[in-house]
Write a protein that binds this ligand. Sequence first.
Ligand code: HEM
Length: 671
Amino acid sequence: MSSTAGFLGAEALLRLALSPQTVAATLAVVLASVVIYLLDPIQRWRLRKIPGPPTKPLLGCLQQLRSLPLPLFLQSCAQTYGPVFKVAMGRKWVVVVANAEMQRQVGLKLRAHAVLDPDFMRGRMHTIIESNLFRASGETWRQLRAAWQPAFAPASLAGYLPLMTACAQQLAARLEAKAAAAAAAAATAGGGSGRSVSGGSVDMWRELGAMTLQVVGSTAYGVDFHAINEEDEQQRDGSNGSSSSSSSRSGGPAAVADDGYGRQLAAACGQVFRYSSAMHGSAYLRVAMLLPELRPLLVPLAHTLPDTNFTLLLQARGRLCNAVFQLIDSWKQQHIGAKGEVGDALHRSNGKADAAGADRDSAAGSARQSSSGAGVGGGGGLPGVAPGSFLDLMLGQRRQQAGSGRGGGGKKADAGGHQEHQEHAPLTDEQVAGQVQLFILAGYETTANALAFAVYCIATHPEAEAALLREVDEVLGGGGPGGGGGGQPLRLPAESDLPRLAYTEAVVNEALRLFPPAHLTSRLVPTTAAGGEPLTVGGYTIPPGTPVFLPMYIAHRDPAVWPRAEEFVPERFLPSAGPLYQSLQPHAGPAAAAGPQQQQHSAHAPFGYGSRMCIGYKFALQEAKVALATLYRTLTFRLEPGQQPIKIEASATMSPRGGLRVTPVLRRQHA
Ligand code: HEM
């Protein structure tokens, strides 16, 4: 009886559900939802008072970005809509603050980055990515920032110098060989009688990228990446870099290297960079950019039915992940012993993240097993972690914290230069792995782009080139044909030379002004749940939860701040030019109240602002200076036809579009 009644009830319900009225109502609701979804009226309403360019449903401003790189698009918007405007990146609304002083204020006030590109990994790899310094906020950020500090202490920076110099010298030697071979070929053909000899053309951006990857990769992991020669072999025979290198070893932290191992890591890094980008990456990444709400569906789908590019990304990430855990294990065995007291404390500190990463990716999960039993030097070919490398410093600091049975005793992160003492919990293995990978991610392309733009600026400004060569010759000697240095033998830059390379540093700073590789940084107005309140800037109110872009590219070219804003004038950064040169740290007071030089100084922000300022800026400046001085000791670079004016492209970083083709010209042979 009751089942008959139930059946009749279900039938009536079904009839009602299929009635034309219900179907029409459902369709109307679905249609309204789609329209609401596409037009995003709530966010539009919240930002209604802020001006901005026209947008398309779903695409936002992405169509305009097909014809104009992001920095130039934002610059043109600033000219039309003023210093504060809104743009839609797909379905994500962002407020852009384009004025230098306003940028500085927002950069100092807000302390979390707006992360617009959620990662696609799962399990342990996801834990690793999400635990990096750039993505962190609040107390976790303070803990991580404190853990990074020792890597940029003066002693650590001095320790990296031999590796930086060796890598730059390796690149210089490679380019010299190319120039010499081309000159010999030209002489054979009867045309090589000039004073300086030029070589075949090279993509200097790629060459510098190989060098910076070798520097940051080797420093981060503590094994030699051999990226410079990796690049060579890839170009020569299209291999994945499995053949051995004939080059000299780099010095410094990476001296205990294993050739094949580092080579594979360099290749994996290259693949991660390539396949994480919207342009070369998986189709799933592109769909997620347009429809971020679908991400919870797309992530499992991508892992279940990966396309080729996603498979390659997973494999490369897995290799890097395996490597870092192998190296951590290797380090523990070297310094602690598998069952030592401190070792136990470290394992305990890892418990939390292990639980968080219970659903592990198999590639990463197998890392422990494959590395178990790898002793110092790794048993089956696994190299040990080089002393003084980033990984070594992080693990050493963690060991001290765990050994003292407390949360460590780092100074509070450099938020506003405070020096208060703060205790932090030791990092987990996953957190250490996250920082090591970020070190490469943050330091490789940025510095390569900075150097490529510097080479372009030097090649297009003969007076600046002459001043640079004069300084390099004076400081590094070399009295051969065409060289200065009072007849001193040519040598590589040492630590004591760095303060004397003032013009070289000014060249780097001016190139960073005109072409900041990090063309913008971001902040998130904290949500109300996180205790946030609306941000007021330039007379506009920006609601909690809104991402804010701070495009340094625009501030760096503001004619109201910079005399001859579009010109390359390194002299403005010389010590004799006043306080501009003193430090890259932002100063405390409002810049507008200071003189024009102070205003310029605060407007020069290639490394960002305040407590979230780039933690690696001293590393980057040292590397760039050493690289330029070492390369220009023996070489100059002529632009190939069609390279001027330079075209830029921008995603996470800004780079020369299509690379930078130059011809290396030998100034002289090595002494
Ligand atoms: C020319 C080279 C570089 C440029 C132009 C650059 C630029 C930047 C910028 C603009 C930021 C964001 C700052 C902010 O939001 O206020 C940043 C953050 C960061 N950079 Fe760099 N960077 C460079 C090299 C490096 C290097 C070599 C490393 C490490 C070895 C590094 C590590 C980081 C890290 C970890 C962060 C996040 C800091 C935090 O959120 O607390 N960067 N960088």
